[in-house]
Design a protein around this ligand. Structure first.
Ligand SMILES: Cc1ncc(COP(=O)(O)O)c(C=O)c1O
Length: 451
C-alpha cells in the first residue's frame, strides 16, 4: 500500500519522529514489521515473544482476523460520525461494555480516546455529581499523561511536571505488603489486620482533608506498573464502605487490570465490590484501535440529566474503534479468554515461584491471573532493590538486554520485571519465556550480597 524499503524505516523515523517518554538522541526503537498471536517480528525478521502485550494492551493476542475484519467493515460502512450523533456501533458498544461490568451495574458508558482521558472524565463526572473537588489517589499509581491524569498519578512521572498540574489531588499509601511502612517489625500480621491498618490510614486522611470536600477515591484495582500490588482481602470492601459512609465516589482504574488480565473481566470482581465508575482502555479493544471508556452507575449519569456535561472531543466514540471494541469483546467471549487467563494464573504462579526459589536476586514474586512481577533485590534480608527508586542499574539494563537479544520482549520498571503476556499464551510459550528469564537472572544473582 505504502512503499518504503525495510532498511529505510529506522533512519527515516530517526529523522522525523518525536518520541514520547524518551530523550530524543537516545531512542533506538525496534522497527516492527508484523505480529501474530504472542509474537512479533522486526524488519530483519527477528522473532520476539511478547511478554508485555506490547504496552500491556494486546489482551487477545496479535493479528486476530475477526477484529481486523470488523474494523474494515466499519471503515467501509461509516468511518466517522459526529459525537452528538449516534450509530449502530455506538449503541452496540455501549451495551457490550455495560454488560461486562460487575453485576451489570454500570449501565451508562462514556467513550474516550484512551486511559488518561477516561480518568480525566471520571474525575469531572465525580466532581459534577458530588459538588466537591478533592480526589484521593495512591502514591504507587499511574493514571495517565495528560495534565489532570498526571496530577492524579502518584509515581515520579507526576513529580517532573509539578507544579503546573490540576489541583485538588491528595495521595495516600498503598497496601503494599512486601515493603509496608507500618509493618516492618510485624511482617507476618494476618491479612485482615493488614488490610484494616491501611483502611484506617485512608480514613485518617479523609478526616484530615474533610470528607465534605472529597469527590472521589480513584485507584487501580490491582496496581500495574508500580508493582502488581494485589489488595489484601477486605481492603477493597473497606474502601467501598468508606465511600458509602462519606458519600465519596469510588472509581476503579482498570485500564491495565481490566478485560481478563487478572482472570476476571475486571479485577475488582475478585473482591465482589461494585465501584461507582470503572475507567478502561487497553484491553477494551486489545489495542486494535485507540479507545477508552468510563462506565458509570445510572445515578452518576442522572446528575447530568438537566445540567449538560461540558466535555468531549472530536473523536469521541469513533466508529472504527467501537467496532474493534465490540469484536474484541465477542472474541473474548467466544474463545473464553477470561476463563483461560484465570486458569493460567496458577501456572504462572508456579513458574514464578520456581524462579524465586532458584535465584537469590528474586526478593518476591506476585501474580494474579496473567499479571505478574518479579521484585529483584541485592539482599533478601534488607530488600535493597536491584535498582533505586525511579532509577536503573547496570544489572537491570543487562538483564533486559539479555532478554531482548534472546527474543524475549518484556518490561522492566526500576528493580522489577513485569510479566504481562497476551492472554492466549500457552503453557509451553510461557515456559519458553520464563526459561530465557531464568538465564537472564544469573546476571542479577551475580551482585547479590554474599555471592
Ligand atoms: C492504570 C493505568 N491508567 C491509565 C493509563 C493511561 O492510559 P493511556 O496511555 O491509554 O492514556 C495507563 C497506561 O498505561 C494505566 O496503566
Amino acid at each position: 500500500m505504502f512503499d518504503l524499503p525495510n532498511d529505510e524505516i529506522l533512519p527515516l523515523s530517526k529523522e522525523h519522529v518525536f518520541y514520547t517518554w524518551s530523550a530524543q538522541a537516545k531512542v533506538n526503537p525496534i522497527a516492527v514489521q508484523r505480529a501474530k498471536g504472542v509474537h512479533f517480528w522486526d524488519v530483519n525478521d527477528k522473532q520476539y515473544l511478547d511478554f508485555n502485550s506490547m504496552t500491556m494492551c494486546v489482551n487477545i493476542g496479535h493479528g486476530d482476523e475477526r477484529v481486523i475484519k470488523a474494523m474494515q467493515d466499519q471503515a467501509a460502512d461509516l468511518p466517522y460520525a459526529a459525537p452528538g450523533m449516534t450509530t449502530k456501533i455506538r449503541a452496540l458498544a455501549s451495551k457490550a461494555v455495560a454488560d461486562v461490568t460487575p453485576h451489570q451495574a454500570l449501565t451508562k458508558v462514556l467513550f474516550t480516546l484512551g486511559g488518561a482521558d477516561a480518568n480525566e472524565n471520571a474525575i469531572k463526572l465525580a466532581r459534577g455529581y458530588t459538588g466537591r473537588y478533592k480526589i484521593l489517589t495512591r502514591y504507587r499509581s499511574y493514571h495517565g499523561a495528560t495534565a489532570g491524569a498526571m496530577a492524579a498519578t502518584g509515581d515520579p512521572r507526576r513529580v517532573i511536571w509539578e507544579p503546573n498540574l490540576m489541583t485538588g489531588i491528595v495521595h495516600f499509601l498503598d497496601p503494599y505488603r512486601y515493603r509496608s511502612t507500618f509493618h516492618r517489625t510485624n511482617p507476618d500480621i494476618p491479612e485482615a489486620e493488614f488490610a484494616c491498618d491501611y483502611i484506617n490510614h485512608l480514613e485518617e486522611i479523609i478526616q484530615y482533608e474533610g470528607p465534605e470536600t472529597i469527590a472521589a477515591i480513584l485507584m487501580e484495582s490491582v496496581t500495574g506498573t508500580n508493582g502488581i500490588i494485589i489488595p489484601p482481602q477486605g481492603y477493597m470492601q473497606g474502601v467501598r464502605a468508606l465511600c458509602d459512609k462519606y458519600g465519596i465516589v469510588m472509581i476503579c482504574d482498570e485500564v491495565m487490570s481490566g478485560f481478563g488480565r487478572t482472570g476476571k473481566w475486571f479485577a475488582i470482581e475478585h473482591w465482589d465490590v461494585v465501584p461507582d465508575m470503572i475507567t478502561m482502555a487497553k484491553g477494551l479493544t486489545s489495542a486494535y484501535a485507540p479507545l477508552g471508556a468510563v462506565a458509570m452507575k445510572p445515578e452518576i449519569a442522572a446528575a447530568f440529566d438537566e445540567t449538560p456535561f461540558e466535555s468531549g472531543l472530536t473523536y469521541t466514540s469513533h466508529p472504527i474503534s467501537l467496532a474493534a471494541a465490540v469484536a474484541n469483546i465477542n472474541v473474548m467471549m467466544e474463545d473464553k479468554i477470561v476463563e483461560y487467563a484465570a486458569s493460567m494464573g496458577p501456572v504462572l504462579k508456579r513458574m514464578l515461584t520456581d524462579l524465586g526459589e532458584a535465584h537469590p536476586s528474586v526478593g518476591e514474586v506476585r501474580n494474579i491471573g496473567l499479571f505478574g512481577i518479579l521484585e529483584l533485590v541485592k539482599d533478601r534480608k534488607t530488600k535493597e532493590p536491584m535498582a533505586p527508586w525511579n532509577g536503573s542499574s547496570p544489572e537491570m539494563t543487562a538483564l533486559k538486554k539479555y532478554c531482548l537479544d534472546h527474543g524475549l520482549f518484556l518490561y522492566t520498571h526500576w528493580h522489577t520485571v513485569l510479566i504481562i503476556p497476551p492472554l492466549i499464551i500457552t503453557e509451553a510459550q510461557l515456559k519458553e519465556g520464563v526459561d530465557i528469564l531464568d538465564k537472564a537472572l544469573e546476571i542479577t544473582d551475580g551482585v547479590v550480597n554474599g555471592n
